[in-house]
Design a protein around this ligand. Sequence first.
Ligand SMILES: [Zn+2]
Ligand SMILES: [Zn+2]
Length: 253
Amino acid sequence: MQLRVLGCSGGIGGANRTTAFLLDEHVLVDAGTGVGSLSLQALRAIDHVFLTHAHFDHIACLPMLLDTVAGLRNGVPITLHARRETIAVLKEHVFNWRIWPDFSLIPDESSALLQFAVQEVGETREVAGCRITALPAEHTVPAVGFRLDSGKSSVIFSGDSTGGDAFWAAVNATDNLTTLIIETAFPDREAALAHAARHLCPATLQRELARLRRPADIRITHLKPADSALILGEIAALGLPARALLPGDVIEF
Ligand SMILES: [Zn+2]
Ligand SMILES: [Zn+2]
């Protein structure tokens, strides 16, 4: 399988696009501004969207994706997999007819383009040949990470999270792990802000990576654009075996 990085930045500007990954052709993981780089044909092929959480940088393109492909799918729905709380927030604050139409009711609930599928922490979905498990995350709002298991190997994406015991237990139990995608949103001078926002900075990344018990290619996401070079420099200075994930990267697994 292929996991294509559409966006992996903590912000926008220039080549920076916020979090979105395309798994082969039909599955989107998060729906940040990276989705906007897909062709109309590629957008139309998306059948499933898995969301880590409801923060705007991870959902920004979801409303426009639905509107763009609404007339192109011959009635085939798009299924949105997320925690119950994440779906509730989207219904109340986005698909509420004021910010955007409620695509889960158009033309009616049973035949709507947008179908919700609650996926709680620990649940696995088999979709398009991939086993996708929601992993525990620690963030300011209900969130998950994902394990993507092709059967051959697994990629784990932490989502927005400070890590935590349950997350590392799941990582270390992944026998076929090859790639760990983990965020580092802030530089160390903003450690207090990182803690308040439940994001990592290089010092806390070091603490968390010390809990990894398996070999893995470690890729960093969610760098704030204004501080990305600084954050990567701090990670390198700590001697951590991690490198930046880049838009356009394709992870084969
Ligand atoms: Zn977030
Ligand atoms: Zn985020």
